[in-house]
Design a protein around this ligand. Structure first.
Ligand SMILES: [Fe+2]
Length: 183
């Protein structure tokens, strides 16, 4: 049993408000990418999908006279920092285990290099999964943020992903327990 499901996160008013800005279709696509990558990188499908779903909830709208102002965005954007904080608050509020809330939040913090000083970051497998899952859905000119999906399909996709996570997570946990016993 998970403390919080993707459906609960997705349906929360805070998530709805912020995903409308950064793109619901993109968030769902990245969550599915993260689910598939989680097996390759041996990370929890629960943590990977949650971090991926919420990775862009820190976006601010840099519009000037009805047009997206890329220069302002590039200069001033800190969406990964804001997203990490928002996601953490939301997860804790919904009853997520504090350790998981931290892991998800830090993966969101490090999902992009765009705001970071030029340093080499050694990302954990979970952090890599979220970054890669996002990059897999990136389109030129930020078009991935504008892809459309209707509300019913969006919710169905999230519910399907919850089922997939519920199905695979116990197997992953069992494998992990067996590995720990061998160590
Ligand atoms: Fe993204």
């Amino acid at each position: 049993m998970r403390d919080v499901t993707l459906t609960e996160l997705f349906q929360h008013p805070i998530t709805k408000k912020h995903l409308q800005r950064s793109g619901i279709a993109h968030a769902i696509e990245v969550a599915y990418n993260a689910f598939h990558l989680a097996f390759k990188y041996n990370v929890s499908v629960d943590l990977a999908t949650k971090a991926a779903l919420l990775h862009d909830i820190g976006h601010y709208e840099w519009y000037r006279q009805g047009k997206w102002d890329y220069e302002q965005y590039r200069k001033n954007d800190i969406h990964a920092i804001k997203g990490a904080e928002r996601a953490h608050k939301l997860l804790v509020r919904l009853g997520e285990n504090p350790q998981n809330a931290k892991l998800i939040s830090v993966a969101i913090l490090l999902h992009t290099d765009s705001y970071l000083p030029e340093v080499d970051i050694k990302r954990s497998p979970l952090q890599k999964v979220v970054k890669l899952a996002d990059e897999m859905d990136e389109e030129q000119g930020g078009n991935h943020h504008y892809k459309q999906i209707d509300q019913i399909t969006a919710l169905e996709k999230i519910q399907q992903l919850d089922q997939l996570v519920d199905h695979h997570l116990p197997k992953q946990q069992l494998q992990q327990n067996n590995q720990e016993k061998l160590m």
